[in-house]
Ligand binder design. Structure first.
Ligand SMILES: CC(=O)CC(=O)O
Length: 677
């Protein structure tokens, strides 16, 4: 079956594209861990399914085993269990006696002169930052924060691209026990303030601009306005990218980055309780303000050691390159390369300039051992007819990773034909909410076209139908039925937890529903089919419709609007914006351009829809909620009776128009893009 769109059944005999050699499999940390646990627990050796079952049934014991296997630096007793009645499915309350520090774990005991980071940009040669330099800068920034009065639990935030400075700021903040959050610099002012103001930061670290596609984008005036709209702000640290000196003028005390890290210092790591907040990531904001998702220091340490160390086989000395913006949780994961002793490769720039093969060229240039990207980039590479394997030296490359959205099976085959015959295509799939995949790589198993190789250890992920029945080999809702430590500790500003409950537990009480369609096959592999809710997920970047509505609402000619992102069976992702117009208005080129500009400036270029269409009416629930999921389903070809309950719609007559549009578009798409079988 296709790995895109939503189909009803899986082909149990999907094509095997690659398998690790016995030697390669035996050299992985996963093999060592599996043998150790099999021996210790009396489990059969070489049986991943049994290991997985043990890992999800044994509760804290599995997580404590990771701490032991990876020799996590910590103090306290790992055998004291959390109280599940108090804490439910969340990241709160794990290992109540353990204290540790994420930054200490990331910086410990590496070859001082080897590279911890490699910085790539559009304009310069790669710049290495050694482990000793990184340590010195983190120590310096952390002590500066302490001098400024930043204490454990205070918020330090970034408005930064993917830079070494961003990594230093995160690790320095974590060393103090303060809480990090970051917005990418292409976010518009309102989008940044919506996210950062609610967490009342003391310190903002901001780049004065960034270079993208050969152009310098100046963010000075944006920083000035953002600083003015964050009343809690006490210090502004400016990282120069497009100006030689600090050009920002605000009422807040402003310090140049170079001064903030002037004196290299040995970091002092504040060991905090296991579930102490590490960072705040944001939900996409489909309804209302984006929610601040709080992850814990200990939860992320264990989960990311498990993810990169076991499931992705990232090893000390590897060169781990995942192209990402700081807006995506993959940025946080790529930094986790440090936890396992890998060199993390950072790229601040466009993926397709000067040509579509830019990222492959960079992967070859830095001799990346893992290259991570999005399904969109792989599809674009295929469409552009690239042959990176033939044109470049990718001999160091052991794995290609992609995530964020669904890659059609053709894309999987393309990797093996055009990139490398002997490479592991690893497709971790999860989300911001848990800052990790639920399903993904297993370095001991073969790669089947279009399938994630396994469910992650410790994560009891299942596919459920509407009645809450567990289904194998059938599409259902992706649910997790037991807690994992990287689930949010809580949402920010949600003292009674009702927003947290609403976000994950409304459909199946007490069971975590993520919002993706998934099939778990009888072979233990998984196929993810895209979003079952209304989050827009374009080229791997998830975004909420709320930011787009906020921008469109500024245009008086637009009476109402509805935006969706739909995975089509052809593998294409389609993101139309539907509008109804005010009396006398017409959707001409000028109005279309204005709508697009408003969205680009207030959200980002990524939020600009594929097309803007005038609809006869925008359907809402009777309580006024736009019907995004039902419209998406109609456009994807669901039976109208399965897509929407017309009885609760304010303008049911509009639904036929969407159904017919979906039929027309799918016909065109099938002939132009070449539909999936
Ligand atoms: C690696 C991931 O888990 C990312 C995602 O699915 O968005």
């Amino acid at each position: 079956m296709a790995s895109s769109g939503v189909s009803e059944a899986d082909e149990p005999d999907a094509e095997v594209l690659w398998a690790p050699s016995a030697e390669r499999a035996a050299s992985t940390a996963m093999a060592r861990y599996a043998q150790w646990i099999a021996h210790r627990e009396g489990l059969p050796a070489d049986d991943f399914e049994t290991l997985w079952r043990w890992s999800v049934e044994t509760g804290s014991g599995f997580w404590a085993s990771l701490a032991e296997f990876f020799d996590v630096s910590a103090e306290g007793d790992w055998s004291v269990e959390r109280d599940p009645d108090v804490t439910g499915l969340s990241g709160a309350g794990w290992f109540p006696q353990v204290r540790l520090n994420y930054a200490e774990q990331a910086l410990r005991g590496r070859d001082a002169h080897g590279p911890a980071l490699v910085q790539l940009s559009e304009s310069n040669e790669p710049v290495d930052v050694s482990w000793a330099e990184l340590r010195g800068q983190v120590g310096s920034f952390a002590s500066q924060l302490r001098r400024w009065g930043v204490r454990p639990g205070d918020r330090v935030v970034g408005y930064l691209p993917n830079l070494a400075e961003t990594v230093v700021a995160l690790l320095g903040t974590a060393a103090v026990g303060a809480v990090w959050a970051c917005c990418a610099p292409d976010y518009g002012i309102d989008a940044v303030v919506d996210r950062l103001a609610q967490i009342e930061p003391k310190v903002l670290v901001a780049a004065d601009g960034y270079r993208f596609g050969g152009k310098d984008v100046d963010r000075v005036s944006a920083i000035e306005e953002i600083a003015a709209r964050l009343p809690s702000l006490e210090k502004l640290v400016v990282v120069p990218r497009v100006h030689d000196s600090v050009a920002v003028t605000t009422d807040v005390e402003t310090i140049a980055w170079a001064d903030a890290v002037a004196e290299p210092a040995e970091p002092v790591f504040e060991r905090v309780p296991f579930d102490h907040p590490l960072w705040i990531l944001y939900s996409s904001g489909t309804t209302g303000l984006p929610k601040g998702i709080v992850h814990s220091q200990g939860g992320i340490v264990l989960e990311h050691l498990k993810w990169l160390g076991l499931h992705d086989d990232v090893r000390p000395g590897d060169r781990f390159f995942w192209f990402t913006s700081t807006a995506w949780m993959v940025w946080n994961a790529s930094i986790a390369g440090l936890l396992v002793g890998a060199t993390v490769v950072l790229y601040d720039g466009a993926p397709n300039r000067p040509g579509p093969g830019r990222l492959w060229e960079l992967a070859a240039q830095v001799r990346a051992t893992q290259f991570g990207t999005s399904a969109g980039y792989l599809t674009a590479s295929e469409k552009a007819g690239l042959t990176p394997g033939a044109d470049l030296d990718l001999s160091a490359l052991r794995a290609v990773l992609y995530s964020g959205s669904v890659l059609p099976v053709e894309g999987w085959r393309w990797v093996y034909s055009a990139v490398k015959f002997d490479v592991w295509l690893d497709a971790p799939c999860g989300g911001t909410d848990v800052c990790t995949p639920y399903v993904g790589g297993n370095p001991l198993a073969p790669v089947h076209a279009g399938e994630m190789q396994c469910r992650f250890l410790g994560t009891r992920v299942e596919s459920w139908d509407a009645e809450g029945q567990h289904a194998t080999d059938r599409v259902g809702e992706l649910v997790v039925t037991t807690a994992i430590p990287s689930m949010p500790v809580r949402f920010w500003n949600d003292p009674d937890g009702h927003r947290f409950q609403e976000a994950y537990f409304e459909i199946y009480p007490g069971v975590w529903r993520h919002g993706d369609w998934i099939t778990i096959t009888s072979r233990g592999t998984a196929i993810v089919h895209g979003r079952s809710d209304s989050t827009i997920n374009r080229h791997g970047v998830r975004m909420g419709s709320a930011d787009i509505y906020a921008a469109v609402d500024r245009i008086p000619e637009v009476a109402d609007s509805l935006v969706i992102g739909a995975e089509l069976d052809s593998g294409r992702y389609w993101m139309p914006l539907f509008v109804t117009l005010a009396e006398g208005a017409e959707l001409d080129d000028a109005l279309e351009a204005r709508i697009a500009r408003e969205i680009r400036e207030n959200c980002s270029a990524r939020h600009v829809p594929d097309e803007i269409l005038v609809a006869p009416a925008i359907p809402h629930t009777l309580t006024g909620k736009r019907l995004e999921v039902p419209v998406k389903r109609l456009l994807q070809g669901f039976e109208p009776s399965r897509a929407v309950n017309a009885g609760v719609v304010d303008s049911p007559e509009a639904l036929d128009w969407f159904t017919e549009l979906g039929e027309r578009r799918r016909k065109v798409d099938d002939t132009t893009v070449g539909g999936q079988p």
